[in-house]
Design a protein around this ligand. Structure first.
Ligand SMILES: O=C(O)C(=O)C[C@]1(C(=O)O)C=C[C@@H](O)C=C1
Length: 272
């Protein structure tokens, strides 16, 4: 089994992978971006890939949602929830006053915006493709600090300028393991779907939600993203409890299919 993740080593994705039962004993391959990780699975270079999908402070990871819809074919097989503790890392000896830029993947920097505004006001963010990539770059630059994990500090020989800098308690990221095939029911599953409505009409979304309400199926997420076709046209993402091959789930999906323009089944998988 070969499994891809957002690298380089020291990312939160790597840590989440260690908590993923499917990946135990797997050969790990790191990729430079979320899109490259996704493509590696789609092309069969690896058997599955771990992607961040949602953060409790910052919401969806749009790169992952967009790939699941616009490059369909992969299925979610597991979800992993990882508590996220962000830190400000810099080369040993660098002080706050030396920091002229902050490096990180934007969603990680956004989790610490109150801290960064208070302690490094006016210092610009330079986006990186991951937290560990930011740490790797900061190790080469005495004028920079990275927002990244403790593991990244150790791996790239950086000091902790500040610890636990995320805004608020309970910062958690949900990751999904995607593969080319579906997962079998376990009795404690979740299903993710995405759909577009055929036209803008009163009650379109309400009708779809009714399919779940009538069957007493609990929804654990609903979200919309631009469809990229026209302003005001959206893709809706719904997660519901149950597996799509069980009676209730299969009936609900048939009901949704009657009410939408296009439906993507993103996967049924054990609840994390
Ligand atoms: O850059 C990393 O360390 C990642 O694994 C990516 C990622 C994300 O995109 O959400 C994962 C967890 C944190 O929320 C911050 C960054």
């Amino acid at each position: 089994m070969r499994v891809g993740y957002l690298g380089p080593p020291g990312t939160f994705s790597e840590e989440a992978l260690s908590r993923c039962d499917l990946a135990g004993g797997a050969e790990r391959r790191d990729y430079p971006s979320i899109a490259d990780t996704f493509e590696a699975v789609a092309k069969g270079e690896v058997d599955c890939g771990l992607l961040p999908i949602e953060n409790s402070l910052e919401g969806s990871v749009s790169a992952t949602l967009d790939l699941l819809v616009h490059r369909p074919g992969l299925r979610i097989r597991r979800e992993v929830l990882l508590p996220i503790r962000q830190n400000l890392l810099a080369r040993p000896g660098v002080a706050f006053g030396d920091v002229k830029r902050v490096l990180s993947i934007p969603i990680a920097a956004a989790q610490c915006q109150a801290f960064l505004r208070a302690r490094l006001p006016g210092v610009p963010l330079e986006p990186a493709l991951s937290t560990a990539e930011a740490a790797r770059l900061a190790a080469e630059r005495p004028d920079a600090a990275a927002v990244a994990s403790r593991a990244a500090a150790e791996r790239y020989g950086l000091a902790l300028l500040a610890e636990d800098i995320q805004d608020g308690e309970g910062n958690t990221t949900r990751f999904v393991l995607v593969a080319r095939e579906d997962e079998r029911p376990t009795g404690r599953d979740r299903t993710s779907i995405a759909f577009t409505l055929d036209r803008d009409r009163p009650g379109g979304l309400y009708d779809v939600l009714g399919v779940f309400a009538q069957r007493h199926i609990n929804l654990s997420k609903i979200e919309s993203r631009p469809s990229k076709q026209a302003l005001g046209h959206y893709v809706f993402f719904i997660d519901f409890e149950g597996h799509r091959s069980e009676a209730a789930g299969a009936e609900a999906i048939a009901g949704v299919l009657e009410r939408v323009h296009a439906l993507h089944l993103l996967g049924s998988y054990p609840r994390g």
